[in-house]
Design a protein around this ligand. Structure first.
Ligand SMILES: [Zn+2]
Length: 578
């Protein structure tokens, strides 16, 4: 044992002879002796070093091309290596699981001294297992950099392991790979056309299977789009049903903003009375910093303009998108010119008028708002109201509850002095009488409506109010038709009877809903693969999981790894750890 805690073992072979590695001839004629130092797995938390007294032998076989050879006893020590085999396996496994610097640090702490560069060099030397006989594969794309460059991941659906990664997602990339893997007869894919055309141009007969999850997802997007475009109509219909006043009062007022506006007015009044910042802060129970900020702000602007500011900017962007659309610019160009996300551009292009943004609220609390405000008005504390609500079976986190009702005087969990509380309550009284605080009405946003429709299509459980809402919605003929069509489509996917698809397409291809006919045209273009999706059980589910894993690996190396290293890590780790 040395001073730095390294355990050194002096070892030598007990055998008198050794076999020549070139001709396997046995020899007992020693040529010379030398010492090799090897690192082994740690013991008792200490670094273990093997000091191996090796011998060189003469090769006694006259026909051998070598005169001498060094002995390599056992299965742990190999030529030119600085670590034993088991130690190397340990380094490789750690290297596959994390970034090289991390791996180096972790192994050092365990007692294996290895640098990050060595780990990386060893990883690059690894070979990808041969996958030439693969029969059924799944393919999906993944992003090097989202929106900029993509690659493809291929998984063997029989062994459920990733077998290769391609540098792109174009038809050419995939057809080259297919040409080198002629044994493939089944390809599961999402609805990307490039993979499909690569498979079509492939020499052998390949069965394509469209992914059912993506089909349902596309259907959901279609339903959501249609509902968004016809939201006005639905609002009209709901208005008829719920009574006109509820529809008319459909203006969500940001209560925080209203409260801030009141505070600004207070600060301004005290400023006009000649109070300084410190006094104002003490009187109103707020920070001096906030007082300074409020002095510069305009209460009316806060109430009117500020809450609309973001919406206004978006509306301007909406008009820009529309203008560029009419000039014939495509989604990508528009997005980069305006510095917007392509998804938003697509949404704006599809909409006829500027879609009104909806304020996000805590789910499940909307229907309790009236009760909570009523109770609060009677002087019951929020804490007590929360207890009452949860005792009746409502499942909601305390933090979420408090955040939702943060506009009420005791709607926060931090400390407030009695003076502050009294003042806030006084203001709440004033505020309650003030006309700006209109009640928030329950008119579900379009996304929620499409969510309810799709959940009903997928046979998920709906609450009573949702069922009632759905019944109201399906009074509209077009929505009833859409709902029925979506349900049938989903039934066909589960039925195992692909011939039903033709009848379905035939029935709905003349539908009066334009966006829906687009969806059906997509189905018609991809009929064979979709029929296979009904027939075969293969899906792309496992690929989605592996793409998630790939993202983690990519980020564990801070996005610096190139395809080669990512490929080794993805493919080899599936083999090394399974
Ligand atoms: Zn030999």
């Amino acid at each position: 044992m040395s001073v730095d805690g390294t355990l050194t073992l002096y070892v030598s072979s007990s055998s008198n002879e050794a076999n020549c590695p070139y001709c396997s001839h046995q020899s007992d004629k020693v040529h010379s002796r030398y010492t090799r130092t090897l690192c082994d797995l740690p013991a008792f938390g200490k670094t273990v070093q093997l000091c191996f007294h090796a011998r060189k032998f003469f090769c006694l076989n006259a026909g051998c091309k070598k005169k001498t050879f060094a002995e390599q006893p056992g299965n742990e020590i190999f030529r030119y290596r600085r670590r034993t085999r088991r130690c190397e396996v340990c380094v490789h496994r750690h290297g596959l699981a994390m970034s090289s610097p991390q791996c180096s640090m972790l192994l050092k702490s365990m007692g294996i001294k290895v640098s990050g560069a060595t780990v990386l060099r060893d990883l690059h030397k690894m070979e990808i297992p041969d996958s030439s006989g693969v029969k059924r594969i799944g393919i999906d794309d993944w992003a090097f950099r989202k929106g900029a460059s993509y690659g493809s991941l291929i998984v063997d659906l029989t062994t459920r392991r990733p077998i290769d990664m391609l540098p792109g997602r174009s038809e050419r990339d995939f057809s080259e790979w297919l040409a080198a893997h002629k044994s493939v007869w089944l390809i599961s894919r999402d609805r990307a056309t490039s993979y499909s055309s690569a498979a079509a141009s492939c020499a052998g007969a390949v069965t394509e299977v469209a992914d059912r999850f993506h089909l349902i997802k596309n259907l959901g997007e279609c339903v959501s789009d249609i509902i968004m475009r016809r939201y006005e109509e639905i609002r009209g219909e709901l208005g008829k049903y719920n009574g006109p006043e509820e529809c008319a009062a459909n203006m969500v007022v940001d209560k925080r903003k209203a409260y801030a506006a009141q505070r600004i007015k207070e600060v301004k009044r005290l400023q006009a009375e000649g109070k300084d910042i410190q006094t104002t802060a003490a009187l109103l129970g707020m920070a001096a910093k906030t007082v300074r900020k409020y002095r510069k702000m305009d209460a009316d602007a806060e109430l009117e303009g500020a809450s609309k500011k973001k919406a206004y900017v978006n509306e301007v962007k909406f008009n820009e998108v529309k203008r560029l659309q009419s000039e014939g610019k495509d989604v990508r160009e528009t997005a980069s010119m305006l510095g917007m996300s392509p998804n938003t551009v697509v949404k704006y292009r599809a909409a006829d008028s500027f879609p009104v943004p909806v304020r996000r609220k805590a789910p499940g609390l909307g229907s309790h708002t009236q009760y909570v405000e009523e109770q609060h008005g009677r002087g019951v504390s929020l804490n007590q109201i929360y207890k009452n609500l949860t005792s009746t079976g409502l499942v909601i986190e305390r933090t979420t509850f408090y955040r939702h009702f943060s506009y009420l005087p005791d709607g926060h969990r931090g400390y407030r002095s009695a003076l502050q509380k009294a003042r806030m309550e006084e203001e709440w009284e004033k505020g309650a009488a003030c006309s700006v605080q209109k009640p928030v009405t329950e008119l579900p946003p379009s996304r929620q409506l499409s969510n309810i429709v799709m959940r009903s299509v997928l046979d998920k459980k709906l609450s009573e109010s949702e069922t009632a809402l759905l019944a109201t919605l399906t009074r509209m003929e077009w929505l009833s038709e859409l709902h029925e069509a979506a349900r049938t489509f989903r039934d066909i996917l589960k039925s195992g009877c692909p011939s039903r698809l033709d009848a379905w397409v035939e029935k709905y291809r003349g539908s009066s809903i334009p966006r829906f006919t687009t969806f059906i045209n997509g189905i018609r273009r991809d009929t064979v693969a979709i029929k296979n999706a009904v027939l075969f059980k293969e899906s792309n589910g496992i690929l989605e999981g592996y793409v998630n894993k790939l993202k983690t690996i990519k980020r564990s190396m801070y996005g610096r790894a190139k395809l080669n290293l990512l490929r080794i890590k993805m493919v080899r780790s599936a083999f090394s750890f399974n």
